[in-house]
Design a protein around this ligand. Structure first.
Ligand code: NA7
Length: 541
């Protein structure tokens, strides 16, 4: 390899939704792009999370790229909420359609990214021994990709088959006639359990915290529905970009406490029928006012009691530790009814914690459960985990992990002071996990691409967030979160699921539409809050 071969305009780490679009967009600008991806194929989250029942909780017609109108007109989603398999097929199609794979080295994990101040370039090394340099370092490493496998005593001694939902094998897992244990009842566990229960002999669910979950109301998309969506796609996308969550849904015009009980119930009935996590957005005050939230909580709890035949089991499935929606609310298909089956047992770990995992199964304070298959549906080191697994160093060799020891610090969720020409896509400090991730990815990549246009047309070599702008943005994110009920829950949004991780509400919760406006204003003001070639930006730059 010659120096020229190993020197790029941009390196893109990750071939998920944001990485793929970054490669597309940068190549459109005529850039030489090198991508790295640790998996064998494209898809990111949707490559790895192949567990039974895995689906997106955002509607397929919204959870899809908007940049290629021909693609959105030609592609036919089959279901309202797409399966992992269908989303991966879609992303494979996009990669082929735009020849994106050719930018990537697959089965290649980036181990370090180091900024060379003298050269003004990033040096990136991989676990395959490759080293390249690039002007821009783009981290599209995903927010729910670094899996969390809790350190339960005896964890690795289990002699049967053992899987994490986020690292699911490619070969189908055969559950027939098997005794299956599932640890964890977040989105992954709640989606997987009903499907596994249909196939397995026995399912034992080890639940530490119950979760709120709303039936998806999933259905096949008819030709008529698709024709109407496609005829109005531009307007649908416009509404999504100005919305709070990146989909064309808006809450009731009045707050839950401003309407009478009959109206409140009518609205909840309507949003219950719509299905899924959108239920948390029925009223605008639901995630802000405890009294409003309580009305939603009571409504859903009554539904759970209706769905579960055994009242004692129903009570154990009802959360008592967080306002509804402050932990990512789950979108399910038949979850609560699964506990009406004879072959499903709920083990309440609050009452009887796991003491150890043994060669034959799981032991709690009260009983031993012999298992053939043990599934960890135990989540992720969310938002920062995929970044902290790379040795990222900015000016003066400063390590990103050290800079973030008290929690992630970014400007706009995109940039970090001391790390010039480095952009994080859909990272902490952005609305990513609270919004439609596909439109989020497009917004970030489009913003970065026009920033690059600005730099090039003004002959500016480097852009870097100022410390002051990052401090202000962190304060703004904290203030926005403090105005809601979200920080009251021990959620992965707060880093609370990982022992030792700082408790900080990581996403920006001011709304996707507002965020888009802020980013546009920053650019229009000549990249306010950034230093360009080391000098604070002004509107004349
Ligand atoms: P989540 O939502 O983080 O759920 C993980 C689950 O695993 C949750 O029920 C945890 O209980 C449980 N867990 C974690 N550690 C343990 C230990 N040590 N013992 C018992 N149970 C444990 O991850 P998911 O993969 O389901 O979903 C992640 C996101 O992906 C989701 O929010 C969607 O946005 C898509 P806990 O609540 O911590 O008591």
């Amino acid at each position: 390899m010659t120096t020229q071969d190993s020197d790029f305009d941009a390196v893109v780490v990750g071939a998920g939704i944001s990485g793929l679009y970054a490669v597309y967009k940068f190549r459109q600008r005529g850039m030489r792009v090198q991508g790295f991806e640790s998996a064998e194929g494209v898809g990111g989250t949707w490559y790895h999370n192949r567990y039974p029942g895995a689906r997106c909780d955002v509607e397929s017609i919204d959870y899809s790229y908007s940049f290629d109108d021909q693609l959105q007109q030609e592609w036919t989603w089959t279901e309202r909420f797409a399966t992992q398999e269908e989303i991966l097929r879609y992303l494979d199609h996009v990669a082929d359609r735009h020849d994106l794979r050719s930018a990537y080295d697959f089965l290649t994990r980036v181990t370090s990214a180091v900024y060379d101040e003298k050269a003004g370039r990033w040096t990136v090394t991989t676990d395959t021994g490759k080293t390249i340099t690039a002007r821009f370092c783009i981290l599209a490493t995903g927010v729910l990709s670094a899996t969390n496998k809790p350190d339960i005593p005896g964890r690795d001694t289990f002699a049967g088959e053992s899987y994490h939902t986020g690292e699911w094998p490619h070969e189908p897992v055969d559950f027939a006639g098997k005794r299956v244990g599932v640890i964890g009842t977040g989105s992954s566990g709640i989606q997987a359990i009903p499907v596994i229960a249909e196939a397995a002999d026995q399912v034992v669910v080890f639940q530490r915290s119950p979760n709120y979950s709303i039936p998806a109301g999933n259905r096949r998309l008819t030709d008529d529905v698709l024709a109407e969506v496609k005829a109005n796609y531009a307007e649908r996308r416009r509404l999504s970009r100005i919305s709070g969550g990146g989909t064309p849904n808006s809450p009731h015009p009045k707050g839950a406490m401003e309407v009478d009980e009959a109206e409140r119930t009518r609205v909840y009935d309507e949003w219950w029928q719509r299905g899924g996590y959108l239920f948390t957005k029925a009223f605008p005050d639901q995630m802000v006012s405890k009294a409003a939230n309580d009305t939603a909580r009571v409504y859903v709890e009554a539904k759970i009691r209706e769905m579960v035949a055994d009242p004692e089991v129903a009570e154990q499935l009802i959360p008592d530790d967080h306002p509804i929606g402050t932990k990512r609310i789950v979108t399910d298909t038949g979850y609560f009814q699964t506990y009406n089956r004879d072959n499903v047992t709920l083990v309440n770990l609050r009452r009887t914690p796991i003491t150890e995992i043994t060669a034959s199964g799981v032991r709690t304070g009260e009983a031993s459960y012999d298992l053939d298959i043990l599934i960890f549906a135990t989540g992720f080191d969310a938002m920062t985990g995929s970044l902290s697994r790379i040795d990222i160093r900015g000016r003066d060799g400063r390590a990103l992990t050290a800079e973030w020891s008290a929690g992630p610090r970014t400007y706009l969720g995109l940039a970090v002071d001391g790390f010039p020409n480095m952009f994080i896509l859909s990272g902490p400090g952005s609305p990513s996990v609270l919004a439609n991730m596909v439109l989020m990815a497009e917004q970030h990549v489009d913003w970065v691409a026009s920033c690059m246009d600005h730099l090039d047309s003004h002959e500016i070599a480097t852009i870097e967030a100022t410390r002051e702008a990052a401090d202000d943005w962190v304060a703004e994110c904290n203030a926005k979160a403090a105005g809601t009920l979200f920080p009251t829950a021990n959620s992965w949004y707060m880093g609370a699921n990982i022992p030792g991780k700082p408790r900080v509400f990581m996403p920006y919760i001011g709304g996707f539409g507002n965020y888009n406006t802020i980013c546009a204003e920053v650019a229009a003001a000549g990249y306010k809050g950034f230093a360009l070639d080391g000098r604070a930006a002004s509107a004349d730059n």
